[in-house]
Design a protein around this ligand. Structure first.
Ligand SMILES: NC(=O)c1ccc[n+]([C@@H]2O[C@H](COP(=O)([O-])OP(=O)(O)OC[C@H]3O[C@@H](n4cnc5c(N)ncnc54)[C@H](OP(=O)(O)O)[C@@H]3O)[C@@H](O)[C@H]2O)c1
Length: 258
């Protein structure tokens, strides 16, 4: 039997899409997360905490390829360093990392920590591949749902997003993981750039609600970077095909009762 492929964060939004694709390609999968999950045919779960490093060495042992998808609002640099150290000790042959479009350009703490994580992967001595992806439709939906709960929705002027379907990101990650280490590959973003206002309007229309909007200005260097579009995919990026509208229609469609 092949060595298992380790998927950190295999229980998350992206990870849950990646694991069945790896299984369909005939690979046994080991999923690493803090809370674990239910084992399935060809899928084992191990618990480890990448932020402290507890349990990471045994999780990586005997693995040839690692897809590093675990992430959180803080500490992705620390977590990634723990993983790459363990991967080096375990002679992993390919480390595949998901990062974020704009990690190298937008001066926000969590993006800086993503960039530090990228550097840890690139400097690990383990053959590697890193893909920067744009914000997933799922996260965009969570964001606009929260905004639409407010009586007046603040709309930061000039803020644009290029959301991408997580299924397309999952398919790309699996293809990269099953190929040879490729370094930093072209970014992956959605098919269209939207103003935040358009994304909110799309959601409100889909759920049949109205809200007042209040234009606001994002302050500081990060605000300037967003207005400049530094969070958007650059030249040479690969664009997905599933639009925000198609995602919304699919996600919000409810069959009529009876
Ligand atoms: N969402 C987006 O729009 C987007 C866009 C571009 C790139 N990305 C990147 O893609 C990756 C996956 O995103 P996602 O939206 O799928 O995330 P998610 O749904 O929040 O899932 C995070 C996963 O990581 C695990 N995890 C978190 N902290 C951990 C820790 N300290 N140790 C071990 N496991 C841990 C979680 O399981 P437990 O909680 O059980 O540990 C879960 O399986 C992240 O690195 C994210 O930065 C996301």
């Amino acid at each position: 039997m092949n060595a298992p492929i380790l998927v950190t964060g295999g229980t998350g939004t992206l990870g849950r899409l990646v694991v069945p694709l790896l299984r369909d390609a005939g690979h046994p999968v080991r999923v690493l997360s803090r809370r674990g999950g239910r084992p399935a045919d060809g899928v084992e779960h191990v618990t480890a905490d990448l932020l402290t490093g507890a349990g990471v060495d045994p999780a990586v042992r005997g693995v040839g390829t690692v897809l590093h998808l675990a992430g959180g609002p803080k500490g992705d640099d620390v977590a990634t360093r723990h993983l790459v150290d363990a991967a080096r000790r375990a002679d992993v042959r390919h480390l595949v990392f998901i990062s974020v479009v704009g990690a190298d350009r937008v001066p926000l703490a969590w993006l800086r920590s993503k960039q530090d994580a990228e550097r840890a992967v690139a400097g690990s001595g383990v053959p590697w591949t890193t893909l920067r992806a744009a914000q997933f439709h799922d996260l965009t939906l969570t964001m606009v749902e929260k905004m639409a709960k407010l009586p007046v929705v603040p709309i930061p002027g000039g803020l644009r997003l290029q959301p991408v379907d997580a299924r397309e990101v999952a398919a790309r990650m699996v293809k990269l993981a099953l190929g040879a280490p490729a370094g930093l590959v072209p970014e992956l973003a959605g098919p269209r750039v939207y103003g935040l206002d358009e994304l909110v309007t799309g959601y409100l229309t889909a759920v049949g609600r109205r809200r007042l909007r209040l234009p606001v200005r994002l302050p500081g260097k990060a605000g300037r970077a967003y207005r400049n579009g530094d969070n958007l995919a650059g030249p040479g990026a690969t664009l997905g095909v599933r639009t925000w509208e198609a995602f919304l229609a699919e996600r919000l469609w409810q069959p009529a009762a009876g």
